[in-house]
Design a binder for this molecule. Structure first.
Ligand code: NI
Ligand code: MN
Length: 226
């Protein structure tokens, strides 16, 4: 059966396959793209939640969704400790380079060059996440600068699709993200982490990787990964 990818705005996505639903960085409340599309955290069901790092625009609605659904949260060790304090019961802590098996597939955390904190509390290493679900491999880069090991990660994991931040200031902008997409060399890339807020780039102009299909997604839109 098909694996689907739904964009929830900013860096938030849902992956689904045969009844398994995985949320990545589920930031909906206060996310203008999600709210304009009528997306609400209350409507999100999940078996698993994957967090790339501890910034508020990535942890987002994780605590409420995890408490309501009982979803297991895959995240950095320090983020897991933080979530436990907030009443989240099921976590699978990890660190860059590690892979965690799950009933629905697996997740491998990669490095990302960024920071990770909440209200001044250190929340461990920022990461990217490679998710394997329904025979498809999805590389969510998290928030990150460009790094040359993206080429190696592309060779190792051979992702079917890469989700790449292009919004500049806090992550790569379009020019560096273009290099990232070419190094990862997934056949399909979706830009993310742009136009959500005024300080980010407002469009994908300049994100023009060669040999790669760029697919901009609107919040609420679903892609079939065939
Ligand atoms: Ni961040
Ligand atoms: Mn961010």
């Amino acid at each position: 059966m098909t694996t689907t990818l739904t964009f929830l705005g900013h860096s938030a996505f849902a992956l689904e396959h045969e009844g398994a639903r995985i949320l990545i960085d589920p930031f909906l409340t206060g996310n203008p793209l999600a709210e304009a599309a009528g997306l609400s955290a209350d409507d999100q069901h999940a078996d698993a939640i994957v967090l790339t790092h501890g910034h508020d625009d990535h942890i987002g609605d994780t605590v409420a969704i995890a408490k309501r659904t009982g979803a297991t949260v895959f995240c950095a060790f320090e983020v897991a400790e933080y979530l436990h304090e907030l009443g989240v019961e099921k976590t699978e802590p990890g660190n860059p380079g590690g892979r965690i098996e799950a009933a629905w597939g697996w997740i491998a955390f990669t490095q990302a060059f960024h920071s990770s904190s909440s209200n001044g509390r250190y929340l461990g290493q920022p990461m990217g996440a490679v998710v394997r679900l329904g025979g498809k491999t999805i590389y969510h880069c998290g928030d990150t600068a460009l790094f040359s090991d993206m080429k190696l990660l592309g060779e190792i994991y051979r992702p079917d699709i890469a989700l790449i931040p292009i919004g500049d200031r806090f992550t790569m902008g379009p020019e560096l993200a273009t290099r990232a997409a070419e190094m990862i060399a997934a056949p399909l890339v979706v830009p993310m982490h742009y136009k959500t807020f005024g300080v980010l780039r407002q469009d994908a102009a300049g994100f023009v990787p060669q040999g790669v299909t760029v697919r901009e997604m609107a919040a609420g839109e679903t892609l079939k990964l065939d």
